[in-house]
Design a protein around this ligand. Structure first.
Ligand code: CA
Length: 231
């Protein structure tokens, strides 16, 4: 069985070593890079299944690296977990806006980190391994047939509305920034197009009727569907 590989980008050798140790113990292949340049070199050799990305690095900081990863076709879909030092509240949000999949705050417990890593990978593998229908209560989104139904009743959505709902369902429990949605649904990130997202979300909510409320607005950031949402 192929083990999943994790690229750890962390300049503090002690911390990098500690994370590497726990990831190996959890059954992952580990690659360590102490700076951004090395990280990109490593990725030319082998694309990791997930990246643990420290925010404060000597050359390029984690934010820049995340941006670069999300801009490249080849690396766009590699999940990124940002690792931030305590109190870097602003950076956390910036991390999310750049499309990071999750974040952990230093100091973290090995158990917590392992759970986060496995959680992110699990969400993605469900997708890769052909999970055909995403469900939330009575709502069902069929990835292959491109249909959405509530309680068996078909809802007529445009392609964009469908893709928006799919993005939000796939990342249930996490906020998706307008930038990330633009990037993943429309395939571009032009500034000033954020209103486009709002407009389509409004239409989508309207079409979903009572179920429209599952899409929650997160002020100043974007949208999410809560994990625990009951319908
Ligand atoms: Ca650091």
């Amino acid at each position: 069985m192929n083990r999943e590989s994790i690229l750890i980008v962390e300049d503090e050798e002690d911390i990098a070593g500690l994370i590497a140790h726990h990831m190996e113990a959890a059954g992952f292949n580990v690659i360590v890079a102490y700076d951004g340049a090395t990280a990109f070199k490593e990725m030319e050799k082998q694309l990791p299944d997930l990246i643990l990305l420290d925010l404060m690095l000597p050359d390029t900081d984690g934010i820049e690296i995340c941006k670069m990863l999300k801009q490249k076709e080849l690396t766009r879909n590699i999940p990124v977990i940002m690792v931030t030092a305590k109190g870097e509240e602003v950076d956390r949000i910036v991390g999310l806006q750049l499309g990071a999949d999750d974040y952990v705050v230093k100091p973290f417990s090995p158990r917590e980190l392992t759970l986060r890593v496995k959680g992110v990978l699990k969400r993605l593998s469900a997708l890769r391994e052909g999970q055909k229908v995403l469900k939330l209560g009575k709502l069902a989104l069929d990835l292959d047939a491109h249909t959405v139904a509530i309680g068996g009743k078909r809802i007529d959505l445009t392609l964009t509305e469908f893709n928006l709902l799919r993005e939000l369902l796939l990342s249930k429990g996490r906020v998706k920034s307008r930038e990330t949605l633009l990037n993943n649904v429309w395939g571009y990130t032009f500034e000033g197009y954020n209103r486009t997202v709002d407009t389509h979300i409004q239409r989508l909510r309207h079409k979903l009727g009572d179920h429209g409320k599952i899409i929650v607005t997160v002020r100043g950031i974007g949208y999410m569907i809560r994990e625990e949402e009951q319908l």
